[in-house]
Design a protein around this ligand. Structure first.
Ligand code: SF4
Length: 308
């Protein structure tokens, strides 16, 4: 192995960093803290808080007093109401870019729009979004879901999960506009997602093996893995260095000179560093490590420019 090239945009995003530090601060000050669902979709982070004694539950009504933390993916208004009814202290770690979608959905619903939301119906973020206007939001997971709709009202909008695939959303958007010309499109995919997908699209075709560090539960890590698998014959999603299979590097008919590396928006830096260390151990000679030149301010910029 001669080189490891790290994608221009990779790893932990502003919303995830913020949720982790809010949880750290809260749990240092308060010993009775429970996280509602997973604070972020990364097994190492979930395990870290669990091992530090922070509680976790999927059922808000099961929390008996103390503080509840709402995760980066947000929750529906009903969850906040139930927490209030139980007199829980609520720390809201919802990513500001998820809150932005909540506001868009509410504004559209209040203005009489029917909303098609492109996303995974079972994802925590989608469940939270639907909760803002359950009677006015329909989740679309694919073009075939659009096919099943015969007609829509005049006021109709299309939105997307923050971590949706850019190319997939483009296809859905084009199809929706063709079938329902009145549709108004709000591209709510966040900048962290857009930039990580663009960076991996650029890198994956030019490497021998592409590694994406992220948990199987992470929607955006899965999306990065899917994109890289379509562009690079040997592309793998790994939760940590432990999941690197030495056999990937042993096939003499397919020598590995260049490894590409990326990571989902919920993957902490220490997991990426662990992967780099392990890759270095495989190599008999020094490996050149190429990092992107500068870190982007993508999310901060997106928030500043937001009109919601
Ligand atoms: S992926 Fe985007 S929406 Fe999700 S937490 Fe990160 S910045 Fe926020």
């Amino acid at each position: 192995m001669k080189k490891i090239i790290v994608a221009d945009h990779y790893g932990v995003c502003m919303g995830v960093k913020r949720a982790i530090s809010m949880t750290e601060e809260t749990s240092q000050q308060d010993k009775n803290v429970t996280i509602f669902r997973e604070i972020v979709h990364n097994e190492a982070i979930v395990e870290k808080f669990r091992s530090e004694g922070v509680g976790q539950t999927n059922i808000i009504d099961s929390i008996d007093g103390g503080t509840v933390i709402i995760p980066a993916h947000g929750a529906s208004p009903d969850i906040f109401k139930r927490a209030e009814a139980k007199k829980l202290n609520v720390v809201d770690a919802t990513c500001p870019l998820v809150i932005r979608i909540h506001k868009i959905i509410r504004k559209l619903a209040d203005s009489g729009y029917y909303i098609l939301h492109y996303g995974d119906s079972a994802h925590d973020e989608t469940v939270g979004i639907i909760g803002h206007a359950p009677e006015r939001v329909k989740v679309i997971e694919s073009i075939s879901d659009l096919d099943k709709i015969e007609s829509l009202p005049d006021k109709v909008a299309l939105t997307a999960q923050t971590t949706a695939g850019i190319a997939n959303f483009d296809e859905v958007e084009q199809y929706a506009i063709k079938k329902f010309p009145q549709i108004e499109v709000f591209n709510t995919i966040c900048n962290a997602t857009t930039q990580r997908q663009a960076a991996i699209t650029k890198l994956a075709p030019n490497v021998d093996i592409m590694l994406v560090v992220g948990s199987k539960s992470s929607a955006n890590s899965n999306r990065l893995a899917q994109i890289s698998q379509s562009l690079c014959k040997r592309a793998y999603l790994i939760d940590s260095a432990r999941e690197i299979d030495p056999k990937w590097f042993e096939d003499k008919s397919q020598p590995v000179d260049v490894v590409g590396l990326s990571a989902g928006a919920s993957t902490p830096d220490f997991l990426i560093e662990g992967v780099i260390e392990k890759l270095n151990r495989f190599s008999k000679s020094p490996v050149e490590l190429i990092y992107p030149k500068k870190k982007s301010k993508e999310n901060e910029l997106a928030l500043k420019n937001s009109t919601f």
